[in-house]
Design a binder for this molecule. Structure first.
Ligand SMILES: NC(=O)c1ccc[n+]([C@@H]2O[C@H](COP(=O)([O-])OP(=O)(O)OC[C@H]3O[C@@H](n4cnc5c(N)ncnc54)[C@H](OP(=O)(O)O)[C@@H]3O)[C@@H](O)[C@H]2O)c1
Length: 171
């Protein structure tokens, strides 16, 4: 998500701050981010900077921390949900964000990705125009998907991994 979000935000004219670990700061800068924070040593929510829009992809920051990092009318969009309460599964934080949002000046919301032909054509157009570059770290053939997932789980992927599928001969 992050490797596309940084590029799309830059294409839309935003001043972009990316958050990642030290090993990926060069990559995030190369994607166009104006500022890059290493989350192991820097806190995006330390109150020194306030953001109009936060795309919350990882790290599970509390709603209080998101609010502290937003401008008074800023928006936080929660995309992930790796943890959460037992009865709400993994989207406890999103539910609380949606419940709180109508009562505050800031907007706290969530997004669920959909596969939409028009959106994909829009992205393909940006790729053709050179505005957007998919960051493919490694490609794996279909039969090596377990290796691909182990690499993914280790948190080492820089951007995306791709799975190549060849049509069987005679089909
Ligand atoms: N809502 C939806 O429709 C939707 C769709 C797809 C994915 N998702 C969710 O989005 C999340 C990540 O997606 P992705 O794999 O595409 O992510 P990604 O953007 O490729 O990688 C996550 C980024 O967050 C950084 N990060 C890791 N821990 C962090 C922390 N504690 N604080 C701040 N930043 C941190 C990572 O840095 P390092 O790699 O350097 O550690 C990396 O730059 C997952 O939870 C997934 O379930 C949601």
């Amino acid at each position: 998500m992050g490797s596309y979000a940084v590029q799309l935000a830059k294409a839309a004219g935003a001043e972009v701050t990316g958050v990642c670990s030290a090993a990926k700061m060069d990559l995030v800068r190369s994607l166009g981010a104006d500022h890059v924070l290493d989350y192991t040593t820097q806190d995006f929510a330390d109150g020194t900077k306030h953001y109009d829009l936060i795309l919350d992809i990882a790290g599970n920051p509390t709603l209080a921390r998101l609010r502290k990092a937003l401008t008074p009318t800023g928006t936080a969009v929660i995309t992930g949900g790796e943890e959460g309460g037992s009865w709400t599964g993994s989207i406890d934080r999103q539910f609380r964000a949606l419940a709180l949002s109508p009562f505050i000046g800031q907007r706290l919301t969530m997004v669920m990705g959909t596969q939409d032909v028009a959106d994909l054509e829009y992205l393909a157009g940006l790729i053709d125009a050179g505005t957007l570059t998919p960051t493919v770290d490694r490609s794996y053939p279909l039969e090596q998907v377990p290796d691909a997932m182990r690499y993914f789980d280790a948190g080492k992927v820089r951007g995306k991994i791709a799975i190549t599928i060849r049509e069987a001969q005679g089909n």
